[in-house]
Design a protein around this ligand. Sequence first.
Ligand code: NAD
Ligand code: UDP
Length: 311
Amino acid sequence: MINIVTGGAGFIGSHLIDKLLHNGEQVICIDNFFTGNKENIYKHLNNRNFELIRHDVVEPIFLEADKIWHLACPASPVHYQYNPIKTAKTSFLGTYNMLGLAKRVNARILLASTSEVYGDPQIHPQPESYNGNVNINGIRSCYDEGKRIAETLCSDYRRIHNLDTRIVRIFNTYGPRMLPNDGRVVSNFVCQALQNKPLTIYGDGSQTRSFCFVDDLVNGLIKLMNSDLHDPVNIGSNYEFTIKQLAELVRKKTNPNLEFIFKPLPSDDPLQRKPILELANKELLWEPTTSLENGIDYTITWFKKIIQEDL
Ligand code: NAD
Ligand code: UDP
């Protein structure tokens, strides 16, 4: 089985590649290394089942494959807002090119979409049937609307060309291999704590997220790819925490003397987020199994190593 993983040098993509190779599959990793890290895939370079192609998905590519895992897209607000027009191009043209490739070689394709398609949700928790509350013109729109049009393209390729598509709406995922500078809350808090810096809480910290450990997420992606579900599926954790609770947990696990500093809440920052997981539970027999306590421990251990190596 030949798998293409776009964005395979990134955080989630590299964990997915580890698992696919472990399962004896062949993998072609496509990445432009915008937020990808060669260290994440370095260990596979001598594996005969692994190939690496530096390529930007906004350009077409001609390859053979049975399954395409389309993850290429920056995911952290800091990175996707760095060049929002490029982010929109990556979402639209990148997905268009990968759907075209899937159609040409008759491959199954999974799109990594996001809980951001729900925007700042007015329905809580969020079922897949919720159409969302997304600002069209805000600083997060390049990403949110980019993923929405990517989903639309997938659904139209399925309707018009009978393409074998899967759409996963990923909720906040964390774990080893997040970039220390990517600005996401888990990597920020853990790196700040390990350097004895105050934890930066945006707003009053009452906004919520539901944090899923990366291994759980990857198991969900594989179950979804191997299922026959064509409609979007939420994958994530349904344990909801305020950002202040997360800060308290990181402080408890690292240094009880750490201070918090409060900074302005970025615009359009969703106030709450938690998936309804009924579809994944029932149809994929999937649920997250790693508690935030344990997942944060694994993440702290990993960042400790990274920070020490950098010193
Ligand atoms: P990441 O930034 O670590 O990985 C993205 C990868 O895509 C990187 O390796 C990057 O270099 C590559 N990439 C970006 N633009 C590209 C382009 N134009 N051409 C080729 N490669 C390109 O992010 P991640 O957290 O691993 O996210 C992976 C996917 O999952 C993304 O599509 C993201 O939108 C989605 N997702 C992630 C989360 C999360 O919490 N991590 C939540 C929702 C959705
Ligand atoms: N956040 C924070 N401090 C940080 C980084 C993020 O309080 O140093 C907040 C951010 O405003 C948001 C939440 O944490 O409310 C999650 O942010 P992240 O960028 O990780 O994910 P997203 O907003 O895309 O869900």
